[in-house]
Design a protein around this ligand. Structure first.
Ligand SMILES: NC(=O)c1ccc[n+]([C@@H]2O[C@H](COP(=O)([O-])OP(=O)(O)OC[C@H]3O[C@@H](n4cnc5c(N)ncnc54)[C@H](OP(=O)(O)O)[C@@H]3O)[C@@H](O)[C@H]2O)c1
Length: 282
């Protein structure tokens, strides 16, 4: 494996992957202007010319509200665009890795942690798009690896306007004594993006299919943050309960990490990684 083509490198995840692997692989990072993923011919032209060994597809609409507001355009990007990437990767025999999301689990009534083979009925248009993209990509390219990512954060920002600022907000709130409130009706993994990036290389060797890919966490966010505060020696009673968020439709997107672990991919728990990062900065 020598050449990597990464889409979405002006974004949060793609840019960091390109930075991290730049000395190890030959990186191709076509911009949106150079390769519009919604245009199969454009994808074909770029991939045929670069002939990468692997494609890591990070381009997409990552904001749920934008997806909802601009459904048609977003669907074309997240669903049709991903299928174009999977199809052309198969044609040039490049291993294809595509970003999906834990949002596919929002709506499942089964108790988590959720497994990859569950029957799903996502409630958000974004989650519905991700599920449809998974099915479409695997249909045209069964060797393709679909990664169900959870909410990712980094401890630093590459540019001022990017998202992924959960940790930086937390640090500011702690330092400035601001109010901290976390939902009690929301369960999900929150993952240090650097763990996702370091684990990516292992994905080139694994069989095609769907993989949960993030920090395990089966607690609600309020109790998660209480556990983190306890670990780092902060006063737990500084954390307030947010009883409103998701009260009418409790969200549980916790992922079971057994399938990834079986192929040697491991993540720290959300509590361990947040505690470790906080200890480093406080
Ligand atoms: N961030 C998270 O916490 C998270 C969690 C779960 C899953 N995910 C998924 O992970 C992937 C990466 O997320 P991210 O946070 O890095 O996204 P992001 O920061 O919003 O970046 C999206 C990228 O997609 C590019 N793009 C959009 N439309 C395009 C098109 N038609 N053709 C080519 N490029 C296009 C953008 O380029 P321009 O700006 O130039 O248009 C940008 O580089 C997405 O699939 C997202 O749904 C993210």
């Amino acid at each position: 494996m020598k050449k990597l083509l990464i889409t979405g490198t002006s974004g949060f995840l793609g840019g960091r992957i390109a930075d991290y692997y730049k000395d190890k692989y030959e990186i191709y990072a076509p911009t949106h202007a150079q390769m519009d993923i919604t245009n199969e011919r454009s994808v074909s032209n770029v991939l045929e010319e670069c002939r990468p060994d692997a494609v890591i597809h990070c381009a997409g609409v990552s904001d749920l509200e934008i997806f909802e507001r601009e459904r048609e355009r977003s669907w074309r990007i997240n669903v049709d665009g991903s299928v174009n990437i999977a199809k052309v990767s198969d044609k040039i025999h490049a291993k294809c890795v595509i970003c999906s999301s834990d949002q596919v689990y929002f709506g499942n009534r089964t108790a988590g942690p959720h497994r990859e083979d569950e029957i799903l009925s996502p409630v958000t248009p974004y989650g519905q798009g991700k599920l449809c993209a998974e099915q479409g990509c695997l249909k045209v390219n069964p060797d393709c690896v679909m990664l169900r990512l959870s909410w990712m954060y980094d401890t630093f920002t590459r540019n001022g306007s990017e998202h992924g600022d959960f940790f930086r907000n937390l640090l500011r709130q702690i330092r400035q004594g601001e109010e901290l409130r976390y939902p009690v009706y929301d369960r999900r993994g929150i993952t240090d993006v650097n763990e996702v990036i370091r684990n990516l290389e292992k994905v080139f060797e694994i069989p095609g299919g769907i993989y949960n890919f993030g920090s395990p966490n089966d607690m609600d966010t309020f109790h998660t943050m209480c556990a983190v505060f306890e670990n780092v020696g902060l006063e737990v009673d500084r954390i307030g309960r947010n009883e409103e968020a998701y009260r009418d439709n409790p969200r549980n997107m916790c992922m079971c990490m057994d399938k990834a672990a079986a192929v040697g991919i491991r993540f720290r728990t959300t509590v361990d990684s947040l505690s470790g990062n906080l200890k480093h900065f406080l």
